[in-house]
Design a protein around this ligand. Structure first.
Ligand code: PGA
Length: 260
């Protein structure tokens, strides 16, 4: 039996609203065929204004939609913010939070990201919580400490609020691997994922944590990455906007024996 993977397509702000709609209208069948004959699920995360239209345009049981961030606040006087309730009303079932670009450009801290996770869980949206170390932290052998420090406030917030989400998804994305065409050693990814899962087990024993890998996943790096054990999927940036490339990546997981 082939294991079902979660493939997150993070389209960042690469395309405008109109460009996103045009791409998906013209290449709708190519996008759908990336997962149609597989057991995998594709979560498309475009710029927010395009989501509503895309949910109508691409209606397929294996394709869901996600946002790229959300407000840590509940409804109120927060100019410019987008709340989790609206995301749910727009058709988002997933939301990326804590991406290193949000942490870097918008100063989102671990505590803010933990609050975003809470708002999403309240609305029944699955957070895709991104963690990962910088190159300097990697060189100093601090990866495990850094990723555990990033997820802990969220685990504690969920525990305290007794808001149990049966699905918690964490994406390990080393910052130095994003957009760089470099990937970590397989054993290093497995060690980071194991550290995240073991902290999760300790604080929230009743929750099953899915772990994804992100950072320079493409049709070449996937040949190495496919050997990862205990991984539940991938978060893909640039390569996910080219549906032929995306199809090639996913097709590695149609191979007999994968996930058995
Ligand atoms: P990349 O981006 O696949 O282009 O490296 C991944 C990400 O930032 O989510």
């Amino acid at each position: 039996m082939t294991k079902s993977l979660l493939i997150i397509a993070n389209w960042k702000m690469y395309l405008s609203y109109q460009q996103t709609i045009t791409l998906c209208t013209q290449q709708k069948e190519d996008l759908i065929s990336c997962v149609a004959t597989t057991p995998h699920k594709l979560i498309v995360c475009p710029i927010l204004p395009a989501i509503n239209e895309l949910t109508t345009l691409i209606s397929h049981s294996q394709i869901n939609f996600g946002a790229q961030t959300c407000s840590p606040h509940k409804l109120g006087a927060y100019t410019g913010e987008i709340d989790a309730q609206s995301l749910s009303e727009l058709g988002c079932t997933y939301c990326i939070i804590g991406h290193s670009e949000r942490r870097h450009y918008h100063h989102e801290t671990n505590d803010i990201v933990a609050q975003q996770a809470m708002r999403l869980i309240e609305q029944g949206i699955t957070p895709i919580f991104c963690v990962g170390e910088t190159l300097d932290e990697k060189k100093l052998n601090q990866t495990l400490q850094v990723v555990q420090h990033q997820v802990e406030p969220m685990f504690q917030a969920i525990k305290q609020a007794q808001k149990i989400s049966s699905r918690l998804t964490i994406a390990y994305e080393p910052i130095w691997a994003i957009g760089s065409n470099q990937i970590p050693e397989i054993k290093d990814i497995e060690t980071a994922v194991a550290a995240i899962k073991s902290l999760g087990q300790e604080i929230l024993p009743e929750i099953d944590i899915s772990c994804l890998y992100g950072g320079s996943v493409d049709e070449n790096s996937i040949k190495t990455l496919k050997s990862l054990k205990y991984l539940d999927g991938f978060l893909i940036g640039r390569a996910s906007l080219d549906f032929q490339r995306l199809q090639k990546i996913v097709s590695w997981f149609k191979q007999p024996g994968h996930g058995e």
